[in-house]
Design a protein around this ligand. Structure first.
Ligand code: PMV
Length: 335
C-alpha cells in the first residue's frame, strides 16, 4: 500500500535535501468550498470520494516562515504563540514535517500567522498546510510544479490542495490508488464583483475534527446519495461560473452545503456543527431572498456562515449583517 512517505519520495526524487537559504516565507490564501469535499476514499492519503470546487479568500490566509530549529525538536509558533509539543496541533504538524526531514536529526522552526481563526471551519488548516508547503519549496529550492505542491499539501489536509490560487479552484478526486491524479487546478474565468462575507458566531476550535465527522457520516445510509449530488452540483457550478450566473452559483452552493450537513445529521451519533445563531441567520437569509435580495450562504465544519453576494448588493447585505467581514476574492490586492 502506498503511504505518504513514498509519495513524498517520488515527488522529491533528485531534489535538494539541504536548505538552500536561511529561511523562507510564503503566503497561501484560505479557500471556501462551494461544492464540498466530504468523505475520503483513502484515509491515510486524504483521497476524497468526490471532486470539489472552491473560491479563495483574497488576503485572508496564512503566512509561514520556515527555518532550521536550534534545538532537537521542531518549534511551532502560530500567531506569536509557541505551540506545546504535546498538543494535537503540534503532533499533527511534526508528523507532517517528518515527511521532509531527510536526516532524522534535522528539526524545523515554523512560524505562522493566520488571518483566519484556527480550526473553526474557516479553512485554517487549508491555508496553513499550503503556506507551509510553499515555504518548504522555497527553503529547499525544489522548484516543484503546482501539481506537486497541491499533492504535498493534500497530505497535510485535503482542502489544502485547493489553497494555491487566488480564484475558483477544482480539486479532482482522481482514480489512482497512489493519488498522483488527485490534485487541484484553477478554473477560469475570474469574477471581479463576487463577494464572500464571513459571518462569525464562534471562533473557538471545533469539538469534532472534520476527519472524524467525515468517517462517521460515511457510515450513514444517506451518504450513498452524496457522490451523485456532488457530481450534479459541480456541473451546475461550472456552468454558473462560465455564464456568470450568480443565482445559479449561490443556489447550488447553498444546497450543497445543506445536503452535506443533512448527511451529518443522519450519522450515528448525529453531528451538528450549527449553533442557534447559525439557524437564525439561515432563516434571515431566506427571508431576505424572498424579499428580492440575491444572497446565499455556505457552511463548513463549524457554526460560522459564509455569505455569497455581488458587489452591487454589498451595502444592503451590510445593513442586515453589520458585523460581516467582507472579502472580495478577485478585487483584493494580492501579496
Ligand atoms: O480538509 P479538511 O480535512 O479540513 O476538510 C474540509 C471539509 C470542508 O471544509 C467541510 C469542506 C471543504 O471542501 O473544504
Amino acid at each position: 500500500m502506498t503511504d505518504k512517505q513514498s509519495i513524498v519520495r517520488t515527488l522529491l526524487a533528485n531534489k535538494n535535501t539541504q536548505p538552500a537559504m536561511e529561511s523562507a516565507t510564503a503566503f497561501a490564501p484560505s479557500n471556501i468550498a462551494l461544492v464540498k469535499y466530504w468523505g475520503k476514499r483513502n484515509e491515510g492519503l486524504h483521497l476524497p470520494v468526490t471532486s470539489s470546487l472552491s473560491v479563495s479568500l483574497g488576503k485572508r490566509g496564512a503566512t509561514t516562515r520556515i527555518s532550521l530549529a536550534s534545538g532537537n525538536c521542531d518549534e511551532i509558533i502560530i500567531n506569536d504563540q509557541v505551540i506545546a509539543s504535546d498538543t494535537g496541533l503540534a503532533r499533527r504538524l511534526c508528523a507532517y514535517l517528518d515527511l521532509f526531514r531527510g536526516d532524522k536529526n534535522v528539526f524545523f522552526r515554523v512560524n505562522s500567522h493566520s488571518t483566519v481563526p484556527i480550526a473553526a471551519g474557516l479553512a485554517s488548516s487549508a491555508c496553513g498546510f499550503a503556506a507551509l508547503v510553499k515555504a518548504l519549496n522555497q527553503f529547499f529550492a525544489w522548484q516543484l510544479s503546482d501539481r506537486a505542491l497541491s499533492i504535498l499539501a493534500r497530505l497535510g489536509s485535503g482542502s489544502a490542495s485547493r489553497s494555491f490560487w487566488h480564484r475558483f479552484v477544482l480539486w479532482q478526486c482522481g482514480e489512482r490508488e497512489d493519488g498522483m491524479d488527485c490534485y487541484a487546478q484553477p478554473v477560469a474565468p475570474l469574477w471581479s464583483d463576487l463577494c464572500v462575507g464571513l459571518l462569525l458566531f464562534k471562533t473557538e476550535p471545533k469539538k469534532m475534527s472534520s476527519g472524524k465527522a467525515m468517517r462517521l457520516t460515511m457510515a450513514s445510509e444517506f451518504y450513498q446519495a452524496w457522490p451523485a449530488r456532488v457530481d450534479n452540483d459541480l456541473k451546475l457550478t461550472r456552468q454558473a461560473i462560465a455564464a456568470r450566473d450568480f443565482k445559479l452559483l449561490g443556489r447550488t452552493a447553498e444546497r450543497n452545503a445543506l445536503a452535506m450537513h443533512a448527511c451529518m445529521l443522519t450519522a450515528a451519533p448525529s453531528i451538528m456543527y450549527s449553533c442557534a445563531e447559525t439557524i437564525n441567520a439561515m432563516k434571515k437569509i431566506w427571508q431576505l431572498r424572498d424579499q428580492g435580495l440575491s444572497l446565499f450562504f455556505t457552511q463548513d465544519a463549524g457554526p460560522n456562515l459564509k455569505l455569497l453576494f455581488l458587489e452591487e448588493d454589498k451595502h444592503a447585505v451590510q445593513t442586515h449583517f453589520p458585523n460581516l467581514e467582507i472579502v472580495q476574492p478577485y478585487r483584493e490586492q494580492l501579496l
